[in-house]
Design a protein around this ligand. Structure first.
Ligand code: DC
Length: 222
């Protein structure tokens, strides 16, 4: 029997990370935060002094990522690279920008395919990212494409950073989000787009609870 997979793809700030974690918790499924793998690749390359433009070397880093996700069934979960807790380090704007750069490299995406698929274990998997429904798990039983307006996503990010005491300008955040969207959807390999059989959910005016309930409802139907 194949292990069920539910994919949640969408741009950054759409709330898919939080939604995926909660849906996985409700269903008792494993969770794959695929964006973390691109962030880890960028971070691991930087730590080894490898330029992100050196595509072959970066793909080598991706191919032998020593990653461990701990406590991913509840709570926030921690991420380890080698023995190091890099949970916070991979969330920096810098790691996000690095991730976006390496994510545009076909050899890196190829190198991470097997690792991503290895998360598919009983009783099931919720996978969140950009190409979970289109490339990594094309046979997923339910594919969700979660969006929100760029303005709403910038607002959410602004509030998150403010809560952490980080001072940024909303205008600069909006620009960064639009730039990243453009890079992610215009790249040639696995661009950000809904799978043909994905269900589209616009979360701009929705609470996270409504998003989770909607996805769980679809999961029950599927
Ligand atoms: O979801 P995130 O912000 O952690 O993703 C970081 C970067 O990795 C982002 O620029 C998009 C890219 N990414 C990707 O190309 N494919 C995925 N499945 C997940 C993330």
């Amino acid at each position: 029997m194949t292990v069920p997979v539910l994919t949640i793809d969408g741009p950054s700030g759409s709330g898919k990370g939080t939604a995926a974690r909660r849906v996985a918790g409700e269903l008792g499924y494993h969770l794959l935060d695929s964006g973390a793998l691109y962030r880890l690749t960028a971070l691991a390359a930087a730590r080894r002094g490898i330029e992100l433009s050196d595509q072959a070397a970066v793909a080598g880093v991706a191919a032998d990522l020593d990653v461990r996700f701990a406590g991913d069934d509840d709570g926030e979960g921690r991420v380890f690279l080698g023995g190091d807790d890099v949970t916070l380090a991979i969330r920096s704007e810098e790691a996000g920008a690095g991730a976006s750069t390496v994510a545009a490299q076909p050899a890196v995406r190829e190198a991470l395919l097997g690792l991503q698929r290895s998360f598919r274990e009983a009783p099931g998997l919720v996978a969140d990212g950009r190409d979970m429904g289109t490339v990594v798990f094309p046979d997923a039983g339910l594919k969700v494409f979660l969006t929100a307006s760029a303005e709403e996503r910038a607002n959410r990010r602004y509030k998150q950073l403010k809560d952490k005491g980080i001072d940024v300008s909303l205008a600069a955040l909006s620009r960064a989000i639009e730039d990243r969207d453009r890079r992610d959807s215009e790249r040639e390999t696995a661009p950000l787009r809904p799978a043909d059989d994905a269900r589209i959910l616009d979360s701009s005016a929705m609470s996270i609870e409504t998003v989770v309930e909607t996805v769980l409802g679809w999961a029950r139907e599927a």
